[in-house]
Design a protein around this ligand. Structure first.
Ligand code: LLP
Length: 432
């Protein structure tokens, strides 16, 4: 479900006019649809209803407290990768007991914090890390629940920078060494409790095949580990891809909400239909760690056109959002649909680059894009920016972080204030 559509020629999210939000809160501005997040959660939850399961939302995709609160209220758990993310989950009303803690470089402070709060499981990525968690747990007089992340060496067929399940990636423990690692934990780490097994092969997967290949490859191992160590859960990770390119009908069309299952490269139904029957016979608790699927299409980045520049080679639309606000286009060659807040009068288009104010050639939101004619002062919506948008934003060029708004029906809530310049320099000191 997507909740963006033109009503009387103006782009709305749910029942709220985006231009009115831009006027009230300024730009660049992130806007999220709570209805979309809830719908995505419910659809995944229903798709895996046959399994004993827990959806652990990958906090890194969008960690705004209101987003986490929305997921917590629906009964979701969380996949965290830092003490900071655990802090956010707790602040948002989430429970540590529903958190898994991933990542290759957990520090002592983070391990202690997670242990004291009682997280569900540490997903460990190396033997060295397991031994360290064992040591810290021993010093605290506690037992740490652990799962090992297996690297199944399966090609996720996604962008190289978001592929994680190949042997050359830094993640997880090699498939053929996992049994040994479990044995080492059982024999040599008295302060660890073996609780599960985990994998995650990559992000923005647009076909179900790599998921199926990885699950099929790992299941025999899961069975063995269940038998030997009595594990309780198998986490299949995240990675469900979303549609970034939608039909744009001009005029009063509800183009954004027209997305149909056929156009989706990987529907939630295809995903669950393929993996649920494979997982059911395991009779284990199944965890999923979706990030992008939950929030990606729920968010947009609003930006205003500042200037237009026609050069010999190209036309540039210079906007007030830059790579510091949304880094995906330049970092991953991410393609984000850009549409005007005011519906275009006809189908005419103009080839242009949409660029930000940052002093970097890589500062673009779109290149060689056919856009409806837009001029200085117009508001643009950069779509599908709910995942890995704000969470990857920075203060580069001393630009304050944008504000964030959550929409629910006809209501809009400011869920993060725009940073001030004083906020940006907070904590810095002049020399004596
Ligand atoms: N679980 C683990 C262990 C992960 O590393 C990730 C993402 C997820 C779950 C969630 O994956 P998702 O369902 O969102 O695909 N910044 C990049 C994406 C990086 C993903 C990192 N790990 C982007 O903007 O495309």
């Amino acid at each position: 479900m997507h909740s963006f559509r033109y009503l009387e020629g103006r782009l709305h999210v749910e029942n709220v006019d985006l231009e009115s939000l831009a006027e009230k809160y300024g730009t660049p501005l992130y806007v999220y649809s709570q209805g979309t997040i809830e719908d995505h959660f419910k659809r995944l939850d229903a798709g895996v209803a046959k399994l004993d399961h827990l959806i652990c939302y990958a906090v890194k995709a969008n960690s705004n407290l209101a987003v986490l609160q929305t997921i917590a209220r629906m009964g979701g758990g969380f996949d965290i990768v830092s003490g900071g993310e655990l802090f956010r989950v707790l602040k948002a009303g989430g429970r540590a007991a529903n958190c898994t803690f991933a990542g290759v470089g957990k520090t002592r402070d983070e391990i202690e914090f997670a242990l004291k709060e009682g997280i569900y499981c540490f997903n460990a990525e190396s033997e060295a890390e397991l031994r360290y968690i064992n040591q810290v747990a021993g010093e605290l007089g506690r037992k740490a629940p652990v799962a090992l992340r297996v690297n199944p060496n399966v090609d996720a067929k996604t962008h190289a920078k978001i592929t994680t399940g190949k042997s050359e990636n830094k993640f997880g423990i090699d498939f053929d060494r996992v049994l040994e690692a479990y044995a080492a934990v059982a024999n040599e780490c008295p302060n660890l409790e073996i609780r599960g097994i985990q994998m995650h092969i990559g992000s923005q997967l647009t076909s179900v095949d790599p998921f199926v290949e990885a699950v099929k490859k790992v299941i025999p191992l899961v069975e063995q580990i269940k038998e030997r160590h009595g594990i309780k859960f198998f986490s299949v990770g995240g990675g469900i891809g979303i549609v970034y390119k939608h039909m744009l009908d001009s005029g009063d069309a509800t183009w954004w909400s027209q997305e149909s299952a056929e156009k989706h490269p990987l529907t939630i139904q295809a995903y669950t239909d393929a993996i649920v029957p494979l997982l059911e016979p395991l009779r284990l608790r199944i965890l999923m760690e979706p990030g992008r699927f939950m929030v990606g299409n729920a968010g947009t980045l609003l930006t205003r056109v500042l200037y237009e520049k026609k050069g010999n080679a190209k036309t540039f639309k210079i906007v007030d959002a830059g790579m510091n606000d949304l880094i995906r286009p330049t970092l991953y060659e991410g393609w984000h649909q850009i549409v005007p807040a005011q519906a275009p009068a006809d189908n005419s288009t103009e080839l242009a680059d949409v660029v930000g104010p940052i002093c970097e050639t890589g500062d673009f939101l779109a290149q060689n894009r056919d856009l409806p004619p837009v001029k200085a002062g117009d508001l643009l919506a950069v779509m599908s920016a709910g995942a890995y948008g704000f969470t990857m934003a920075s203060n580069y060029n001393t630009r304050p972080l944008p504000a964030e708004v959550m929409v629910h029906g006809s209501d809009a809530y400011l869920v993060r204030e725009r940073q001030t310049l004083d906020d940006v320099v907070k904590g810095e000191r002049l020399l004596p």
